[in-house]
Design a protein around this ligand. Structure first.
Ligand code: FAD
Length: 284
């Protein structure tokens, strides 16, 4: 496979290149794209590397947490504000691939690749993240839920660059957790679930649940959220989650097993998130 490799130093330069070059693809860590090229599933004429563009790699933690799309998975995981304020995201990063993959791969690449099993997506969905997209010299923003459209499909139009992921600071007293199961450690998830829980004593104030690998895109499980309550050990949420997903049978697991597993993961993630909120005891 022959392609030209370009290394723009700024977002303007990268946008101009993408507009001028036919059949070009952006590349960050290459841990998804180079595999697809090696398998002959992609045949770009040009690769435009975004790795020299410093502003894509910064993580700003102020009132909102803004993660540059080019931040590596390792750097995102190591950031103290991500660990403290977005623990479910940190847990998903720690579970993703190997140290080598995390050192090369980026959070933006994980979302742009649009795998139904992308590990960073469920926690970012429960945190209500939005994405910043550059179109030429203009910026547009979208909720993450509207960015992920299907397997390998995002809302990015030709030449658009994902610039950053912006996460509102979870309110005080929010607990969150991410949990996944794969066949072996270094494998995509069979199913994954993220949950965030804010309680007032035993009463729910805000509960969010999202799942990966059990539908065409990672998605919020709003039916489970609507009935979730700790007083029934989260069982109604687990039943609703099993009904809301659209799992497929593939080489990793059957649809039936994915449905069963999702119910279990929803209960566990909600239990862990509630315990992390400090408002609920697992032994209660
Ligand atoms: C051995 C192995 C294990 C893995 N395990 C897991 C796992 O457990 N969980 C998981 O979720 N993933 C896993 N992955 C997949 C991969 O590592 C991640 O999805 C990673 O985050 C991709 O980031 P990247 O920077 O390498 O993306 P790249 O390969 O550089 O790009 C991926 C796609 O996104 C596009 N793109 C990248 N950046 C931008 C941008 N800023 N704007 C517009 N388009 C862009 C590219 O054109 C390409 O289509 C694994 C991969 C390997 C090789």
């Amino acid at each position: 496979m022959r392609y030209s490799y370009h290394r723009p130093a700024s977002l303007d330069e990268a946008s101009d290149m993408a507009a001028a070059l036919p059949n070009a693809r952006f590349i960050q860590g290459g841990t998804d794209l180079m595999v697809r090229i090696g398998q002959g599933r992609e045949r770009p004429g040009h690769l435009i590397s975004l790795r020299r563009i410093g502003e894509l790699t910064t993580i700003d933690a102020n009132r909102e947490i803004r993660i540059g799309a080019g931040a590596t998975l390792s750097d995102t995981l190591a950031h103290p504000d991500i660990r403290r304020r977005l623990p479910a995201l940190a847990q998903s990063l720690a579970a993703l691939g190997s140290r080598q993959v995390r050192n090369m791969g980026t959070i933006g690449g994980n979302l742009c690749n649009a795998s139904p099993a992308a590990d960073t997506a469920p926690p970012l969905l429960v945190y209500d993240a939005r994405v910043e997209i550059r179109n030429g010299r203009a910026i547009r923003c979208l909720p993450l839920a509207e960015f992920l459209l299907g397997p390998g499909k995002t809302a990015l139009q030709a030449g658009e660059i994902l610039v950053a992921i912006v996460v509102p600071d979870p309110p005080e007293g929010t607990g969150s957790a991410f949990i996944r199961r794969g066949r072996v450690t270094m494998d995509l998830a069979i199913a994954s679930v993220a949950a965030s829980v804010r309680l007032n004593g035993g009463a729910s104030i805000a509960i969010r649940v999202a799942a990966g690998a059990v539908a065409p895109t990672p998605r919020r499980l709003t039916a489970a959220e609507a009935v979730a309550t700790p007083t029934d050990d989260w069982s109604r949420a687990a039943i609703a989650a099993r009904e809301q997903i659209e799992p497929i049978t593939d080489l990793r697991a059957s649809a039936e097993y994915r449905r069963h597993l999702t119910g279990i993961l929803v209960r566990r993630a909600l239990t862990m998130a509630a315990a992390a909120s400090g408002q609920w005891s697992i032994d209660r």
